[in-house]
Ligand binder design. Structure first.
Ligand code: FE
Ligand code: CA
Length: 519
């Protein structure tokens, strides 16, 4: 069925996979692949734009839910094209990469040599006649340029079972998006949910092995709305907890599994994450660990710090619920980012960009979730509320640098929330040091609802909060040098297909005055 006689090293000739920082010895090559069915079932994706290019991704999987995606244990040559037009008449760059069995036949090409601040189209081919769908992505502006505007969406938390990914269909039709920041929970490892009746089901039990995670990603990536979103815009991917296990923290899971044992699972999960994400070779696992945090610069307008709030944090205190009094047990030396990432962020905040976007996963601002009628505060311990010393250090960094231009993008809680991070978390009605926009889930939590009464209680207990809503959707940020405008978007139902997208609220931020304002 496939030619095993070709030495792949001979074919590679020092390019292809070597460019991805990964070298292989003579793995077998399927020199002239012939597919009985479409190998591009999982779509295409682009990611991490730079002024001269971006990553393009695909994975060959003619039978995506079968072991190995229905592929033989051989590397397969894949040709790629990047063009200035969607008809591929003006090819800007092209080449050949290999889809290796070691990486589930995924392809990550770091395209370079493109022009800044331009739209491009890309596609892949393999075998005699298989062609992927066409994706499109924007390159970032040149390093010294001050672009007039940028448009960045924020989305995540896409639990497959409780709802359709309709919000992604709408996102794929958003005009002029430069980028989507994905705050994580791209897959959910488990099947348990408190979301009522599932509208569709995971295949298989809770993920543990590499094959389990690969199949879970494949099932999610078959979703046509998700495929459409990736084809329409480049993503900056991160991960949160459910790419591995609910509420994991460093080498610890929530069940007290011995760390050495949990780490084996995390290694498998991280490999599958890399295999399915349009990220650069710098984010490929090394000895099982992914260095996920990185920066994306959009000229002089925006510096985006993509953060990892899972891999280096201290264990969560008091379990996941945020029990009463738990906040008093916090130890000022506890870390959310780990020392190296904390120093890296402080260093990067010294740039001259007009805006700093800290793109991360869990809520930074004080968020008292006590039931109404009770007097004692309750803070969710999986968020920065469980790491108050780390939050104080973050605030101090921003204050010491006299930065008024810090905006934080957050996810995880399956709610839209807009508010500010106060200078002192004991006085949440005091001066603000940063704006925080928490984007709700694509589908996690199911339909939800406005729950107005509970929202009113929450706003009363949290004076730093301007908006809270428990429906599904995403946010879009329109960014210019003078102002930052945010549209909070939602859909009323994910339990049925094709629900329309609506705007819930609009906010603006002044780069000289931290804290969002109702627009
Ligand atoms: Fe989630
Ligand atoms: Ca989460």
């Amino acid at each position: 069925m496939y030619d095993t006689s070709v030495d792949r090293r001979a074919l590679l000739g020092g390019a292809g996979l070597l460019a991805a920082g990964l070298t292989f010895s003579a793995t077998r090559v399927w020199a002239q692949p012939a597919f009985a069915s479409d190998p591009f079932t999982l779509g295409v994706a682009a990611g991490d734009p730079a002024p001269d290019g971006f990553v393009i991704w695909t994975r060959l999987a003619p039978q995506p839910l079968e072991p190995n995606g229905g592929m033989p244990m051989a590397a397969v040559p894949v040709r790629w094209e990047v063009a200035e037009d969607d008809g591929f008449r003006a090819i800007a760059r092209s080449g050949q990469a290999f889809a290796p069995p070691e990486l589930a036949h995924s392809v990550h090409v770091e395209v370079g040599g493109l022009k800044p601040a331009r739209r491009y189209w890309y596609r892949f081919r393999t075998g005699s006649d298989a062609v992927s769908l066409t994706g499109t992505a924007m390159t970032a502006p040149a390093a010294g340029a001050l672009p007039e505007k940028l448009r960045i969406a924020v989305a995540g938390c896409q639990f497959y079972q409780p709802g359709y990914f309709t919000a992604y269909r709408h996102l794929s039709q958003e005009p002029d998006l430069d980028l989507v920041f994905h705050y994580g929970d791209y897959i959910y490892e488990g099947n348990g949910n408190g979301d009522g009746t599932p509208v569709r089901r995971h295949i298989g039990e809770e993920c543990q092995s590499l094959d389990d995670y690969r199949r879970r990603y494949a099932q999610y990536k078959l979703d046509p709305d998700l495929i459409a979103a990736h084809a329409a815009v480049a993503f900056a991917m991160s991960f949160d907890d459910h790419e591995v296990d609910n509420n994991w923290a460093g080498d610890h899971d929530q069940d007290g599994t011995p760390p050495a044992q949990f780490v084996l699972r995390r290694v498998a999960a991280m490999q599958a994450w890399y295999e399915h994400m349009p990220v650069r070779a710098a984010q490929a696992p090394r000895h099982g660990a992914v260095h996920m945090y990185r920066r994306l610069d959009y000229g002089q307008l925006l510096r985006m710090h993509v953060m990892d709030t899972r891999s280096y944090r201290d264990p969560i205190l008091c379990g996941q619920g945020g029990e009463n009094g738990c906040n008093t047990k916090d130890d000022p030396t506890r870390t959310m980012l780990g020392r190296a990432q904390e120093a890296w962020l402080a260093d990067g905040l010294g740039s001259t960009a007009r805006w700093n976007l800290i793109a991360q996963q869990v809520l930074v601002m004080p968020f008292d979730v006590r039931p109404d009628g009770t007097t004692e505060s309750v803070f969710p311990q999986d968020t920065w509320n469980g790491y108050r010393g780390a939050r104080r250090r973050l605030v101090k960094t921003v204050v010491d640098r006299k930065l008024t231009n810090v905006v934080i993008a957050t996810g995880d809680a399956h709610q839209h929330a807009v508010g500010n991070v106060p200078a002192d978390d004991r006085t949440p009605d005091g001066p603000a040091v940063a704006s925080e926009f928490m984007a709700t889930s694509i589908s996690s939590g199911g339909d939800g609802g406005p729950r107005k009464r509970r929202q009113q209680d929450m706003l009363r207990h949290n004076p730093n909060l301007l908006l809270l809503n428990n429906q599904r959707g995403y946010q879009v940020h329109d960014i210019s040098a003078e102002r930052w405008d945010t549209d909070v978007k939602f859909i009323e139902k994910v339990s049925v297909r094709n629900a329309p997208l609506k705007i819930l609220a609009r906010f603006s931020v002044d780069p000289k005055q931290p804290g969002p304002q109702s627009a």
